[in-house]
Ligand binder design. Structure first.
Ligand SMILES: *Cc1c(COP(=O)(O)O)cnc(C)c1O
Length: 369
């Protein structure tokens, strides 16, 4: 049983699995280093616990998105290099310096900001340089990159580049031609820069092959057990389990409807189980009439809409012995994978994890499985 006796709903996080996923990626990465991406509260699983786990596993580099996430991580990882993806926008500078955070410089303007404060303080500040290769989201566009390269000595005064990075748009699709295009652009960009460690790949790139590894993988979703490939076997281990308990069982006659909108009608005499888990806990409403729950490893379809606190399963095909109030029901875990739940909810595994509700209690276990 993976939840406590008082909690009827629970998010169980296997810290051992997160450590294991870090090691799995290290093996995939060959000679490249592996950095842990702990943004968005560690993909919804708890940035503090994930950060501690990574540091204990030997990880010395973290990535966060927001400045506040970096400030939060600093005391937990006093010796790690913590990259802030949002960069060195002017308001961020004092806190970046105070908390020894390393900005990922995304534009000429940010390079100028960081260079100016370094020169003013008479020291050298470390930074990563992000140049765009096709994502068109963050990072220097090609016309800014050309200016930087032409005026590198002046533009980078006071800045010690410790990483040059870019980000793949289609890495989850191993067959996408975009991967090769971005790889070529990344190599061409690196050739125009002074020698610097390089990073192109997140979890998806980690399984694209050694050409994509460069010096560092930025491991996010794989750390949390997500499959970085849209299709094919997942090299990573399940780290998050979302479970609820059966509050009530009922027998229903053929033709009876279930839940709000009466959107499900049972086609035969059967049994329904109502479980204490709803969209306020992060169980996405989109899995109504589409998703699955599992009781003792046996799957049962969601019947009707997911409501705020509750979800109903058609458990007619589950043996009576497994059906009792208080029985644990899995919606994400060893039976129902993150991929399967995301597909049923018509979204990405990333959004499933980061939507795990504020209400559901989190339980941390050291186990890997
Ligand atoms: C979020 C993010 C990552 C991690 O991506 P995953 O697909 O979760 O491994 C890496 N790099 C950048 C720039 C990101 O924004």
């Amino acid at each position: 049983m993976s939840q406590s006796d008082i909690d009827v709903a629970c998010l169980t996080v296997r810290l051992g699995a997160i450590a294991e996923n870090y090691r799995i990626c290290r093996r995939l990465a060959g000679r490249a280093a592996v950095a842990g991406v702990v943004k968005a509260d560690g993909y919804g699983l708890g940035a503090n616990e994930v950060t501690r786990t990574l540091i204990a596993a030997g990880c010395d580099t973290l990535f966060v998105a927001r400045l506040e996430e970096g400030i939060n991580a600093r005391p937990l990882a006093p010796d790690a290099r913590i990259f802030v993806l949002d960069g060195a926008y002017p308001g961020a500078v004092p806190a970046l310096i105070a908390h020894r955070l390393t900005p990922v410089l995304n534009s000429l303007a940010e390079i100028e900001t960081w260079s100016a404060v370094a020169r003013a303080s008479g020291t050298t500040f470390e930074a990563a340089l992000h140049f765009d290769t096709g994502m068109n989201r963050l990072g220097l566009p090609s016309y800014e990159f050309a200016t930087l390269v032409a005026e590198a000595a002046a533009r980078l005064r006071g800045i010690k580049l410790v990483l040059a990075m870019s980000h793949l748009a289609c890495a989850e699709d191993t067959a996408s031609l975009m991967n090769r295009t971005q790889l070529d652009r990344f190599r061409a960009g690196l050739a125009r820069l002074p020698p610097v460690p390089a990073s192109l790949s997140a979890s998806g790139g980690a399984v694209l092959g050694k050409d994509y590894a460069f010096d560092m993988i930025r491991l996010g979703i794989g750390l949390y057990g997500g499959n970085p490939r849209a299709a094919g076997e997942n090299p990573f281990t399940t780290a998050a389990l979302l479970t609820g308990r059966i509050l009530q069982l009922r027998r229903v006659d053929k033709g009876e409807s279930v839940g709000y909108g009466a959107s499900f009608r049972i086609g035969r005499k059967g049994t329904l189980a109502t479980i204490a888990l709803g969209y306020a806990d992060g169980l996405m409403r989109a899995i109504g009439n589409r998703g699955m729950g599992a009781i003792g490893g046996m799957r049962a379809p969601v019947a009707g809409r997911v409501s705020m606190d509750l979800v109903t399963l058609d458990v007619t095909n589950i043996p009576d012995a497994a059906l009792r109030t208080g029985a644990e029901v899995e919606f994400l875990g060893d039976t129902i994978s993150l991929d399967e739940l995301a597909q049923a909810a018509n979204t990405a595994p990333y959004e499933i994890l980061t939507s795990l509700g504020g209400r559901v209690p989190r339980r941390y276990v050291e186990a890997a499985r």
